[in-house]
Ligand binder design. Structure first.
Ligand code: HEM
Length: 141
């Protein structure tokens, strides 16, 4: 799985057009808790701060999509830290679904299949990197 240059540009351009990042994050968490209630109790801190942290990290990742290798170490440590928060591999799927839903909700018809595919591929790459670091499989050694 890899991102084409066009997909990188699509993801970067969509994020740049988000009118209200905090609202997007709020809708994302609402959706996450609705589709996977097991994620609810994992969040113990202030959700207003969490929304900011999430969107800031997404912004950094998206800004660096052109050279993923520069952020791979950061994504690997993010994945490992998330194990300590009680996050499972299955939770990564729920977060991906909730993120795509929130984007689609924010952009409406502008969230075409092409845009969805670009985001799904980008998220898939990030999730795969985090998961491989956080839940190492014996056969990968
Ligand atoms: C691209 C994916 C993700 C990004 C960018 C992201 C970002 C962040 C950031 C920046 C933090 C602050 C603490 C830290 O940096 O370690 C955090 C904490 C946290 N994240 Fe994520 N995360 C992602 C995926 C997930 C997933 C899949 C889950 C599963 C439900 C999750 C649940 C949590 C929880 C429970 C915390 C701790 C909250 C607390 O202390 O109350 N995150 N995340």
């Amino acid at each position: 799985m890899s991102l084409t240059n066009e997909q990188k540009a699509i993801v970067q351009s969509t994020l740049g057009q988000v009118a209200d990042a905090d609202q997007l994050a709020a809708r994302f968490y609402d959706r996450l808790f609705a589709i996977d209630s097991s994620t609810k109790t994992l969040f113990r801190g202030d959700m207003a701060e969490q929304r900011i942290k999430l969107m800031q990290t997404i912004a950094v990742v998206v800004a660096n999509l052109d050279d993923l290798s520069t952020i791979v170490p950061a994504i690997q440590s993010l994945g490992k830290r998330h194990v300590a928060y009680g996050v499972t591999i299955e939770h990564w799927n729920s977060v991906g679904s909730a993120l795509l839903w929130a984007l689609s909700d924010a952009f409406g018809e502008a969230f075409t299949d092409e845009v969805r595919d670009a985001w799904a591929t980008a998220y898939g790459l990030i999730a795969q990197t985090a998961i491989a670091a956080a839940y190492p499989q014996p056969e990968e050694n």
